[in-house]
Ligand binder design. Sequence first.
Ligand code: NAD
Length: 494
Amino acid sequence: MDQGEINALRAQPVAPRGHLINGEICPSQTGEVAEVLSPIDGRVLTTTAAGTAEDAARAIAAARAAFEGGRWSRMPPAGRKKVMLRWADLIEAQALELAVLGVRDNGTEIAMAIKADVGSAVNTIRYYAEAIDKVYGQVAPTASDILGLVHHEPVGVVAAIVPWNFPLMIGTWKLGPALAAGNSVVLKPAETASLSLLRIAELALEAGLPPGVLNVVTGAGRVVGEALSMSMDVDVMVFTGSGGVGRRLLENASRSNMKRCYLELGGKSPNIVFADAPDLSKAAKVSAAGIFRNSGQVCVAGSRLLVQRSIHDEFVAELAKHAGAMKVGDPLDVATDAGAINNLTQLEQNLRFVELARSEGAQLFQGGQRILEDTGGYYMEPTVLTGVKPGDSVAQQEVFGPVLAVTPFEDETDAIAIANSTDYGLAAGVWTADLSRAHRMVRAVRAGVVHVNTYGGPDITVPLGGVKQSGNGHDKSLHALEKFHDLKTAWIQL
Ligand code: NAD
């Protein structure tokens, strides 16, 4: 990463952006725009089209027409693969520009944006491009005078609604498999992280994706997202975001056309450290990064630290040392470890959680304050709360910020009971040198992913999906294709 190049890119003005519908950049039907505030300094960065329900309907119609037209949906998989590989190459060629644009919009530290956002997007698109001409149908084991075939067919029109943390990574977790399978998509980015997604959608056109196959409509969730989820012509809804909105989407699916609805929601992930962990110092360092990178705005963040009582004080002190040494600030400074909070509402919510935790009896061990307020940006110290009881609000509810809730435990049984005591089940971590215990914990903790002696980093080859109220369905891996394929049976009398 070259700081000079980054500085040159950040100095460039960002032109106002429209929707991308049917291959055309266009304003909202009312002509209204929404200001985009940069979390780096709280200033207006640019504007996006303030989408309306009519804009969403126009995009859905374009997606449907493209699907029925068949230029993409009936293109041989090897052809789709070529276009998608070109798309990934174009994104990779502009990786730094895209990363800087995304950071100015959403506040993630630049190193993370390059690797986890743009880098993951490139890998994800390549992964599904490479996979799609290797997915076979099936021949059923029928009687000899019958031929039973199972075909994979694209489902039709997919609506994808994504959040503001890692827009490209999470966006392409939806777009990669949906497009590879031959569907058309209407994508709604978060209000506070649209810019890099709009840009890669333009690059898709340049790579040869036919107009109308990928449409992007920006705007408020309660307007554009609501219209997508109530549409009678969307076949599949894929969503990453909060539980409250997920609930609303399920409700809207049932009130409209019963579209399939796949939800990737929040977490309150337990990171469990046993006294016999092989390297406690590494465990402390990785656990600090596991909650404080991207200022805690990571769905799988290890936001509950469960520490065996015999090592509690020593371990918390070591972790807090790493947290205190993290450089929080300008996300476009290459030396920054944790960037900005995405928006002021989220920052205020983080601070409220700290106060609530203290009022319920937790101790503020470290951090807890807004910092760098004079920049106009939204920054918060890595915060460690100790003495958190399993039933406290900060142990039960997702903060989605740099706030770690620490709870001691006695033994394995106790750890499992506390770990499973929330409505969430997205991720977990276990630190132990005992192989049998590690396997027992993987089975006993209810979560979509359990890390052992590490935290974070599973790549595209493995699924990510929650249990309990962390969601249904899976992003990533070949399993993700299942959401975007219908199975059709042919039953043929010979
Ligand atoms: P959010 O639910 O507020 O918003 C997500 C998206 O939904 C945005 O595009 C928003 O505009 C849209 N939306 C809002 N109201 C809507 C409505 N009524 N109808 C339709 N769409 C609507 O979430 P956020 O604050 O952007 O993101 C943070 C949340 O996302 C956290 O809960 C986090 O855990 C979760 N998340 C989960 C994963 C995962 O893989 N499970 C990954 C990243 C983030």
